[in-house]
Design a protein around this ligand. Sequence first.
Ligand code: AMP
Length: 325
Amino acid sequence: MAFKALGLSEKVLKGVHAAGYTVPTPIQLRAIPLILSGRDVIGSAQTGTGKTAAFALPILSKLGEHGPLPRVLILEPTRELAAQVETAFRDYARFTNLNIAVVYGGVGYGRQMDSLRAGADIIVATPGRLLDHLERGTVRLDKVEFLVLDEADRMLDMGFLPDVRRILDRCPRQRHTALFSATIPPQIETLIEWAMHNPETIEIGARQTPAETVKHVIYPVSDSQKSDLLLQLLERVNYNSVLIFCRTKHGADRVAGLLKRHIHAVAVLHSNRTQREREQALHGFREGRFEVLVATDIAARGLDIAEVSHVINYDVPQHPEDYIH
Ligand code: AMP
């Protein structure tokens, strides 16, 4: 089935075409008509399933033209995801006159204020900074028609649920809500009951195993052997881009230091780094300037990075879904 048959607006279809998409993914096939028809949707979908477009395309189609501000709020757990989703929205909306703003912490207020003042139809935000703006009165949410809670279980893990509730309290009750989550733990269940209206659940893409194209290998070694093993692996394996996950920020710094001493081009991504450092790390890794990115689970969800040849879980991931991601 082609995108044309799904009922998206002409301008959004042009954006989809320009993005080079020809066939909708399964989650897009299910979610787009539901969101267009005004239903609340719960999606258990992961990165790589096309879930961003699954909510962005119907929302952009329903918005149509520049109108009362802002009408769309997308909440994301991390700054990196917020930036990625904003870029996707800009891409799909390029033939519309809709304005998009991104709001996250760790950077100055200036540019965010400017883009909010310019009038954003769509705000993509992390909860903490959005609350700051709400308290300063630089954002109002009383015209919000579409709310998306992306990576809801990750927001729960990061302790954002109270912030999310406070933000939701500032949105009109009459609105459309979509929620995406790899798992639905009881607190998310409660949030769903409280925040959503008769939602339809889509479970496409809820993989319990890694993709078939991924080969995986486990090395049972003692803790003291891990660093030697890592160095040997990187020496012997022919890799392009390697993503290494560590459980703690301290651990990530330690592994990065070790690799740097062995002349690898390494970047580090975790929440104790400044936003500028985080951006440089991710950007440099995407561009191939760094061959290795060492990260905590801040990067374990949702980031879309092409050409990664190897993923190494230096520590066993805390949640099985993180391993699959
Ligand atoms: P997501 O799961 O939203 O992070 O998307 C994963 C990747 O798939 C992104 O690079 C998208 O640009 C891409 N993508 C999304 N939908 C489609 C589609 N229908 N056809 C081809 N690529 C797509």
